[in-house]
Write a new protein. Structure first.
Length: 64
């Protein structure tokens, strides 16, 4: 038999922040996908994708 959750339990669970916290600013990291375009040696454009964890500390470096 499954455990019955009350409405208060569901609200408490949804308000709990998930993810890792930044040691400097204590905000949670937000994962984003950074796409950059580069010209290859053959003269065609390639798109490089990488996942980056951002918070208030490093968002200026990532978005610049």
């Amino acid at each position: 038999m499954a455990k019955h959750l009350s409405f208060a339990d569901k609200v408490a669970k949804s308000q709990k922040q998930k993810g890792r916290k930044c040691p400097k600013c204590e905000n949670t990291f937000e994962p984003i996908l950074v796409v950059s375009s580069e010209l290859s040696n053959s003269g065609t454009w390639k798109f490089n994708q990488k996942r980056v964890q951002i918070c208030k500390c490093n968002e200026k470096e990532v978005y610049a």
